[in-house]
Design a protein around this ligand. Structure first.
Ligand SMILES: Nc1ncnc2c1ncn2[C@@H]1O[C@H](COP(=O)(O)OP(=O)(O)OP(=O)(O)O)[C@@H](O)[C@H]1O
Ligand SMILES: Cc1cn([C@H]2C[C@H](O)[C@@H](COP(=O)(O)O)O2)c(=O)[nH]c1=O
Length: 205
C-alpha cells in the first residue's frame, strides 16, 4: 500500500493531540509502519527552533521564516525519507498552521507565505488533513484546565484565535478533498470514531 502523509490541525486546545495516538494505533493495526511527529519540531535542530518560536518575541517575518526553516529540516530529515521508504507519516501540524497562525492570526502577507510554501515543498502536500474546529472560548477553557504554563501563542487573546480559526476554515474551503473538518466540541469518543472513519475512508479505500 502507498505511504500516506496525514496532518492534524486546529487552534491551540482544540484537542488534536489527544486524538493522534488513536489514529496512529489504527494505522499500525493494519500492519503499516508509522512515523509520528510534530511541527515546529520533529528533528533535534527543528526542536531548538521550536523552543525559540514558542518562547522568544520576534518579528512576524522572522517567525514565518523560522517556521519554514524548521519545516525544511523536518522534511529533509524525517518526512521525505519516511515516505520514500514506504512508511506513513502522521504530523501534529504542518504548513496549514503557518497559513492559519502567521497569515490569518498575525497578518503575514499572503504572497510571502505562498513563496515560502513554494520554495520549501513545491510538490508535497498532505494526503489528508484533519482540522479540529472549535470555538476559541471553549479551547481556552480546555487549555486553562491543563494547568500547563502557556507559551507565546497560547497567551494570545480570543480575537487572535478567531482569526486563526477563520483562516483554517478558508484553507479547508479551498481544498475540501484534502482537509476534513471535525467538530471538536464533541466528546473525545465521538471524535475518535469520526477520525477513524475518515482515515479508513480516505486512506484505505
Ligand atoms: N473532546 C474533548 N472534550 C473535552 N476536553 C478535551 C477534548 N479533547 C481534548 N480535551 C482536553 O483539552 C485539553 C487540550 O487538548 P489537546 O492537548 O489534545 O489539544 P491540542 O489541540 O493538541 O492543543 P495544543 O495545540 O495547544 O497542543 C486537554 O486537557 C485534553 O484532555
Ligand atoms: C507549525 C506551526 C505552529 N504554529 C504554532 C501553533 C501552536 O501555537 C504552536 C505549536 O504548539 P503545539 O501546541 O504543539 O501545536 O506553534 C504556528 O504559529 N505556525 C506554524 O507553522
Amino acid at each position: 500500500m502507498k505511504s500516506r502523509f496525514i496532518t492534524f490541525e486546529g487552534i491551540d486546545g482544540a484537542g488534536k493531540s489527544s486524538q493522534i495516538a488513536a489514529a496512529v494505533a489504527l494505522i499500525e493495526s493494519r500492519g503499516l509502519s508509522v512515523v509520528q511527529t510534530r511541527e515546529p519540531g520533529g528533528t533535534p535542530l527543528a526542536e531548538k527552533l521550536r523552543a525559540l518560536l514558542l518562547h522568544d518575541a520576534m518579528h512576524l517575518e522572522t517567525e514565518a521564516m523560522l517556521m519554514f526553516a524548521a519545516r525544511r529540516e523536518h522534511l529533509a530529515a524525517v518526512i521525505e525519507p519516511a515516505l520514500a521508504g514506504g512508511r506513513w507519516v502522521v504530523s501534529d501540524r504542518f504548513t496549514d498552521a503557518t497559513y492559519a497562525y502567521q497569515v490569518g492570526g498575525r497578518g503575514l502577507d499572503e504572497a510571502r507565505f505562498a513563496a515560502l510554501e513554494q520554495w520549501v515543498h513545491p510538490h508535497l502536500q498532505p494526503d489528508l488533513t484533519l482540522l479540529f474546529d472549535l470555538d476559541p472560548i471553549e479551547a481556552a477553557r480546555r487549555l486553562a484546565g491543563t494547568g500547563d504554563a502557556p507559551d507565546r501563542f497560547e497567551r494570545e487573546q480570543a480575537d487572535f484565535f478567531e482569526r486563526v480559526r477563520n483562516a483554517y476554515l478558508r484553507r479547508a474551503a479551498a481544498d475540501p478533498a484534502r482537509i476534513k473538518i471535525i467538530d471538536a466540541a464533541q466528546t473525545p469518543e465521538a471524535i475518535r470514531r469520526e477520525v477513524e472513519g475518515i482515515v479508513l475512508e480516505t486512506c484505505f479505500q
